[in-house]
Design a protein around this ligand. Sequence first.
Ligand SMILES: [Zn+2]
Length: 245
Amino acid sequence: MSASTTCTICQSELQGDYCSSCGQRYLGRRVNTWDVIGGWLSGLLAPERSLPGTLRQLLANPRYIVENYWSGFRGYYLSPSQLVVYMLFVFGLHLALVNQKILGITVSVSGVSDSLKTFFSPQLFLFLLMIPMLALCTAAVYYRQKHSFPEHFTAAIYLFAFWATLFTLLHDMLYLFSGMELGSLPLWFFGTVFLWSARVFSPDGAAWYRVLLNAVLSILVLALLFAILFGIGYLLNPEGVIKQE
Ligand SMILES: [Zn+2]
């Protein structure tokens, strides 16, 4: 069968590897065995070039990649939800091979049976709850930047998923190769996430100490939010539902 000259989605004339009107990629040939093997490997390890590119940008230039997503550009860098899929994949490996803590945090929940705990990980729940909490913090600290809540929320997902994946991998490699456990992992993780959120939200050209101050301020707001939340929890059930260790 001869090569196509028109896009199968929008019927536009094909020029180059990508359709200029809908963005569908065309390889210029029919499927072969390597596509089957490579598709699985690349889907898991290196999806096109977007995974390494996204990670590098989030490390070096978090504001650029978050802005890019806010402004509506899609498909080149990973979206926040795609990054969450990677995070859950790394968490799954970690829970199966290393230990039951997520980023060094153990939460014991009373009244949940062991069989249920296999499916419902309390630390994962607490961890995922932290994402809207971070979004509330940045919305409060950077309210003058007039970002919408979806903007705060997507930035929070990006930064959480990125650093959770990186710190879990770092911790597990250290643990598997040297048997050393990073006890201060939660501190490093939350400190870095808040510092990076300050890098995203601080105004253009802000001095480094302003960025640092903003990070500290949002950590204080988080502490306040948690105090309120635990206060309400205590009033509702003084026996205490969640114990944090
Ligand atoms: Zn097309």
